[in-house]
Design a binder for this molecule. Structure first.
Ligand code: ADP
Length: 471
């Protein structure tokens, strides 16, 4: 499946260039970075000649324009200090950077030019989100007759359809493309430029990060205006569930933890819990259920329904730890809430990858009340750390969490369908109810720790898809 027989009879590796704006461990604002830093490593292990390309942001610590991840996956770094040597990836406190179109036009052209420079002729360029949506467009326009890319096909993966790369019409010349493409069938979207739309149209295939989300984005409710474009592309639309990298997310080896643990010494999980309670000035008591949330603070993540019932949750015997950053309105609200419930809350309004690992390890319950969730990584990470998700049944959450059934004692978490505060609250109460039954809870914790959400299966699905596109 991996290798391709050439006419001469020799066997050649499948060649994939993975283009992403962010890649762990170099730059991260969300799940895209986790995927870009782990899927290529899984593909490498399966024998693919995979390389990664990303902008060389300030956070990328590398002397040269190339570095590696995994055993030997080359990561090409696109240099341009004016564009990328900045504190943040996409914007600052004033909003998105005004030159984001220029930055990602430049990056997308570099993706193709770098292939030529390196003499690397990919079978597939795997593009991710709007930042790289111009690559399939350029390949089919500016580079259309370039023999170098004669056999190159594209896969465009949507990690979150709400972020489409919208820019004012007047900026269209910056793309270097003919005005004829500012057309309802390509870039034009309610009078604006829409990069993701054009990427979907021009890519040989489109995928998204869970089977359920692949279906959801075909609907008006979830498609964010692109449902029609996707319906036209339906025959080339796929959903492949993300995995996580257990070399990174593993309580047995995680160096950020106070005490490592696994199924064999599960009690040590609670040493982490007590240490965190102490560090955060909370009551040190292992029996108090600890509820965590690690999230961008955006409407997508269910912060509005959580806000409506958070006081009810906090008036129960629980501890609540939040790590997140995002919309100003949620920062204001959460600060207020922290003041009112000082005794049992810890609100941390920042992005802190190391602290996140301690929270995953220490909590009993992780809340993921998302309005929509393309895949979601929090539930997969929390499973591995023996922390039980309470989540809305949408997108990848639906594909990866099974409702706990008190009768059969099967299931892996607590879920709710209606995007309503009452439904979330009921799910939290079900989780807290089970938490009181020590042995049943422990059984559940053990079961989720054994689940396998590594890339093993999904990386093979991607290879199958790459091969399908090449045909
Ligand atoms: P999204 O990409 O929509 O933000 P995902 O669930 O796909 O959501 O991925 C989120 C990733 O970012 C996870 O690895 C999560 O642990 C991490 N994360 C989110 N917020 C923070 C934060 N404030 N500090 C550290 N890590 C965070």
């Amino acid at each position: 499946m991996l290798a391709v027989s050439k006419e001469r009879g020799e066997v050649e590796k499948l060649k994939v260039l993975f283009a992403s704006s962010e890649v762990v461990p170099f730059a991260k604002t969300g799940g895209l970075a986790d995927v870009a830093g782990s899927l290529p490593i899984a593909l490498e292990a399966l024998g693919v000649d995979v390389r990664v390309i990303m902008p060389k942001y300030r956070s990328v610590k590398a002397d040269h324009s190339e570095t590696t991840i995994g055993k030997n996956v080359k990561v090409y770094l696109v240099e341009n200090d004016d564009y990328f040597n900045r504190r943040e990836l996409y914007g600052d406190k004033f909003g998105d950077y005004a030159d984001n179109l220029d930055r990602f036009v430049f990056f997308s052209r570099q993706v193709l030019d770098r292939c030529i420079k390196e003499g690397f002729r990919p079978d597939i360029i795997h593009c991710n989100d709007w930042h790289t949506a111009l690559v399939p467009v350029y390949l089919n326009t500016i580079y259309k007759y370039d023999p170098f890319f004669e056999n190159t096909r594209t896969l465009f993966t949507i990690h979150n359809i709400a972020y489409q790369g919208l820019f004012p019409k007047d900026d269209f010349p910056k793309t270097g493309l003919d005005w004829a493409l500012f057309h309802i069938h390509y870039f034009e979207f309610y009078g604006q430029i829409n990069l993701m739309k054009a990427g979907i149209v021009y890519a040989d295939a489109v995928s998204t990060v869970s089977p359920t989300y692949a279906g959801e984005i075909l609907t008006k409710e979830y498609g964010c205006g692109l449902e029609g474009v996707l319906q036209d592309k339906r025959d080339a639309l796929y959903g492949i569930l993300n995995g996580i990298d257990y070399d990174i997310w593993n309580p047995a080896t995680d160096t950020k933890l106070v005490k490592n643990y696994s199924l064999e010494n599960l009690d040590d999980k609670y040493i982490n819990k007590e240490a965190l309670q102490k560090d955060l000035g909370l009551k040190v008591d292992c029996d108090i259920p600890m509820i965590g949330i690690i999230s961008r603070l955006a409407d997508q993540k269910g912060m509005d329904i959580l806000a409506k019932i958070i006081n009810d949750i906090l008036s129960m015997k629980v501890q609540f730890i939040l790590l997140g950053t995002g919309d100003h309105k949620y920062h204001v609200l959460l600060k207020k809430m922290a003041k009112a419930h000082q005794k049992n809350t810890s609100i941390n309004l920042k992005f802190d990858a190391l602290f996140a690992e301690r929270i995953y390890a220490s909590c009993d319950i992780l809340l993921i009340p998302s309005r929509y969730e393309p895949c979601g990584l929090g539930q997969m990470i929390s499973f591995k750390y023996g922390t039980i998700p309470v989540a809305r049944r949408t997108g990848g959450l639906k594909d990866s969490i099974r409702e706990y059934d008190p009768g059969t004692k099967e299931g892996t978490g607590f879920t709710f369908d209606d995007y309503k505060p009452e439904a979330l609250f009921a799910a939290v109460k079900r989780a807290l109810g089970l938490h009181q039954h020590r042995s049943a809870w422990r059984e559940l914790v053990k079961r989720v720790m054994e689940l396998d959400f590594s890339w093993k299966v999904s990386a093979r699905d991607y290879i199958e898809l790459y091969n399908k596109i090449r045909k």
